[in-house]
Design a protein around this ligand. Structure first.
Ligand SMILES: NC(=O)c1ccc[n+]([C@@H]2O[C@H](COP(=O)([O-])OP(=O)(O)OC[C@H]3O[C@@H](n4cnc5c(N)ncnc54)[C@H](OP(=O)(O)O)[C@@H]3O)[C@@H](O)[C@H]2O)c1
Length: 296
């Protein structure tokens, strides 16, 4: 059995994981994204997962035919299809809605319209393909997509966005000199996969800029009055990852680059577990933690 087939539960008993959340997942065709889908389904047992993907054939069959999963095919640039994903309804959800007793609009007419479907959380494992560093386009397609996605999120009233990023996007709390290995890896990526480096760097920039700055950063920097900023803020989390491995471990440590505690490797399973765990914990809202497998 592969690493992608064997999810393990590490849910805390204090949270209500039976909440019927609706997840929308991007990047769900790579190993990290497939693990994200599995983890969301596993931890939130009544959840449904919409996957927006350009290569749906890469999603394992057990997920494709899972009634709680709905796949919407489309490229990142096809924003009409991205918007469609917000309205998509998985089979299990459709059944639930049809079973609900009809509510009455006025005295006589039954209202048989389905409940308007809204997404609760967006998770993303989108990232430039590691082996195509040289041929990756220079127009930062993933960052550009997030800019468009945030516009759609505001229109649709969706606030929570948890996305993969890397140390290519620095956080003010990082101390690059404190971790020469991470700093060296960033420099190598910058030199040999420059466009991929720029895309992740811009992912962080665009999400901070359009989603609302992190706590403690002044509104005068953005020119937007504080009250408007609060009203328009997204609950984003940039999950910055180091080198990804395939080990069967889910534990993570979250901090900042060079804080003396973060290391240089993380399992893909731990990435998925961290993102799904953050949905309930909300410990890193409008923050960009650097996460790793805890150092022994
Ligand atoms: N391996 C490492 O050590 C390491 C370290 C740091 C960060 N990362 C990042 O982690 C990411 C996720 O890891 P993974 O193993 O799951 O990688 P992956 O197999 O490359 O998955 C990347 C996902 O992003 C999607 N994607 C990328 N560019 C896209 C575009 N222009 N339009 C639409 N979809 C696009 C892919 O879709 P398709 O399947 O359609 O291509 C796939 O779903 C990687 O992309 C990499 O950049 C890796």
């Amino acid at each position: 059995m592969s690493n992608l087939d064997t999810p393990t539960i590490s849910a805390s008993a204090t949270h209500d994981f039976s909440k019927p959340l609706r997840f929308l997942i991007f990047g769900g065709t790579g190993p990290c994204g497939i693990l994200l889908i599995r983890k969301a389904l596993q931890v939130y047992s009544n959840s449904t997962v919409i996957v927006s993907a350009r290569s749906p054939q890469k999603i394992p069959e057990d997920l494709t035919f899972n009634g709680r999963v709905k796949i919407v095919t489309g490229k990142l640039e096809e924003l009409d299809k991205v918007e469609k994903a917000f309205e998509a309804v998985a089979d299990s959800e459709l059944h639930k809605q049809l079973e609900e007793p009809p509510s009455y609009d006025g005295a006589t007419q039954p209202n048989t319209t389905l409940r308007s479907s809204k997404v609760d959380v967006i998770l993303s494992a989108l990232g430039p393909p590691v082996l195509k560093g040289f041929s990756y386009p220079s127009n930062h397609p993933i960052a550009t997509f997030y800019g468009n996605l945030i516009d759609i999120m505001f229109n649709q009233g969706v606030k929570r966005l948890i996305v993969m990023c890397t140390a290519s996007h620095p956080d003010p709390k990082d101390k690059l000199s404190g971790n020469p290995l991470t700093s060296g890896i960033v420099t190598i990526v910058k030199l040999f996969a420059h466009n991929a480096y720029v895309d992740f760097k811009e992912v962080g920039n665009i999400i901070r800029r359009k989603g609302g700055e992190a706590e403690g950063e002044s509104s005068s920097q953005s020119g937007v009055p504080e009250t408007d900023l609060k009203a328009s803020k997204l609950d984003w989390t940039l999950v910055r990852v180091p080198v990804l491995t395939n080990q069967d471990k889910e534990d993570t440590f979250a901090g900042y680059v060079g804080d003396g505690k973060t290391g240089n490797a993380l399992t893909k399973k731990a990435f998925a577990a961290f993102c799904v765990g953050e949905v309930e914990k909300r410990e890193w809202v409008r923050k960009a933690p650097f996460i790793c497998t805890p150092c022994l």
